[in-house]
Design a protein around this ligand. Sequence first.
Ligand code: HEC
Length: 246
Amino acid sequence: MKKYLLLAVVTAFFVCFYACTHKAGLVVTINKNDTTGSGNNNNNNNNGKDTTKEVFDTSVCFQRDVLPIFTGSCAISGCHDAITKKKGYDLSSYNGIISKGLVKGNSAGSKVYTVCVKGSMPQYPTPKLDSTQLSLIKRWIDKGAPNDTNCAVNCDTTKFTYSKAIVPILKSYCLSCHATAPASSSGGGIVLDNYNAVIIQVNNGKLMGDLQHQTGFHAMPLGGNQLSDCKITQFKKWIAIGALNN
Ligand code: HEC
């Protein structure tokens, strides 16, 4: 009887041991697929394997979410733009961003990310990155820092209130230069971090002219891609109903 008990215990041990090691092996395989897939610089490349989908973070897309943070907060004239390249960092384009201080798949080992977490970059008066921006950069690096371009539109034209639509866009794309502190040095003296200041740029027509990159205006965001049609539509609709502080 004792013999059977011992056998049962030993069997249970081996079953458990196998299950655990097997599982651990699987996790490693999935991670490997993740970096391999993203190394192809293709957001949709899952190598036909369903397993990659589980860990491949499609909620962050380079052109839509990450590039605007770098162009807005780092690739500023006199800092890490293509001309100044301070300390050898050109953070104005994908190729520049991945060429120095970035280890694909390893945000903790990527200086471009860790200095922002520590808060030593961006330097005053450019505002520090907030937790949302830091999380986007981290997730993008950890999934292999792919140059994903065909980003799904993350925007809803039926929402166009000041608080729900306009403020988040200004925060993501404009305040690195147009918050009060950096405005005089990197924002041409234009402040966009409060309603009354924004309204001045609405009423003089410059905000929409700049956003639509019309001739005779200053194309904004400076040095970045034009906002998506959807976001520009949100601005148009908000202004059409009177640019309320809603
Ligand atoms: C990298 C810094 C930077 C970012 C990001 C940026 N701007 Fe600007 N902006 C400037 C500078 C510098 C000026 C001064 C104009 C000039 O001399 O080119 C300016 C000027 C403006 C003006 C006044 C333009 C005029 O014709 O006098 C408006 C309005 C404006 N920006 C809106 C925006 C909006 C809206 C965004 C975000 C979608 C944005 N900016 C993002 C740097 C920036």
